[in-house]
Design a protein around this ligand. Structure first.
Ligand SMILES: C[S@@+](CC[C@H](N)C(=O)[O-])C[C@H]1O[C@@H](n2cnc3c(N)ncnc32)[C@H](O)[C@@H]1O
Length: 285
């Protein structure tokens, strides 16, 4: 792989401008220590398009009319889609046993929208659907949406077939109840659970794409902020706050925190998990 980088010549200046453009469009930031990784992830694509250098690829992205849609391909190449069922359970337990019942009782006629943003191959929203089913809370008033910027990841979510690695935190009982063994060690999820999720490709860095989904009462943005720069985390948190309903909840990953950012969300301990809450009396924007 090193061959590609050297033969294509990822110079200091090409790296900097390419890195900055990718950051601007995707939110994902490659610092100097991840320079080889970026080169390795993109080199085959640069060659496939017939360019002789990363600099030519940069010009294509920046100035060619087709450049904008190339970022859809870039998402598929540079993202880390690691995920599994029943990951980081305490926050999901707070969601199912505290937040959803509270929203349902304060909003008896209305619907509740749960958005798993950056859901990768879908394990997170499917886990939520299984847990809500176990808690007997699925009465048709809950809508669950799973989105990711990677169209390849969403394609897999739509297929609903999962390999062994996805089950590392799944109990035998839940696996038996909700999954069926299909070809080559892959399991399909119960269609009655799978059909509860609406899937879409959404780039969180793009406010126009984010806005319609951010009208959700619960937004999960877990294990994706770690790939963004502080400025992008702040920008996305602000956009979410702006478009979320007056009472709404943002859940981030256990290794992620918004504490050092001047966001309007209040961090609240709900059932032992720290959740970022937008409250009605915060109606300022
Ligand atoms: C490590 S996975 C996290 C999956 C799941 N949320 C979890 O916690 O298990 C990170 C996901 O973030 C997605 N991602 C990265 N940048 C994104 C962006 N700008 N908009 C939406 N999704 C993005 C990646 O495609 C990847 O699937």
């Amino acid at each position: 792989m090193r061959f590609y980088r050297e033969s294509l010549g990822l110079s200091d200046s090409a790296f900097t401008i390419l890195r900055d453009l990718i950051h601007e469009k995707t939110g994902i930031y490659f610092d100097e220590s991840r320079r080889d990784i970026l080169a390795d992830k993109l080199s085959a694509r640069v060659i496939e398009l017939g360019f002789n250098s990363f600099l030519d690829y940069y010009y294509y992205l920046k100035y060619d009319p087709a450049g904008e849609s190339e970022f859809k391909v870039i998402f598929n190449l540079i993202t880390v889609n690691e995920t599994y069922f029943f990951r980081e359970m305490p926050a999901l337990e707070s969601l199912v046993y505290q937040i959803v019942p509270s929203l349902l009782s304060s909003n008896p006629q209305g619907k509740i929208k749960i958005w798993s943003a950056a859901c990768s191959t879908g394990e997170e929203p499917l886990t939520i659907a299984m847990m809500l089913n176990e808690a007997e809370l699925l009465d048709g008033r809950i809508e669950i949406i799973g989105t990711d910027a990677s169209s390849v990841a969403i394609g897999k979510a739509i297929k609903g077939l999962y390999g062994e690695r996805a089950f590392r935190a799944t109990s035998d009982g839940m696996r038996k109840k909700y999954f069926t063994l299909r070809e080559k060690g892959h399991y399909s999820i119960d269609p009655s659970i799978h059909k509860l999720i609406k899937w879409a490709v959404v780039n969180l860095k793009d406010q126009t794409q984010l806005k319609p989904f951010a009208s959700s009462h619960i937004v999960l943005c877990r294990n994706v902020f770690i790939y963004f720069s502080p400025a992008v985390i702040q920008e996305i948190a602000e956009n979410l706050y702006k478009f979320m309903p007056d009472t709404a909840y943002l859940i981030v990953g256990v290794s992620e925190s918004l504490l050092k950012y001047p966001v309007k969300f209040q961090m609240v301990d709900i059932g032992g998990s720290f959740i970022y809450v937008k409250q009605q009396n915060n109606k300022t924007s």
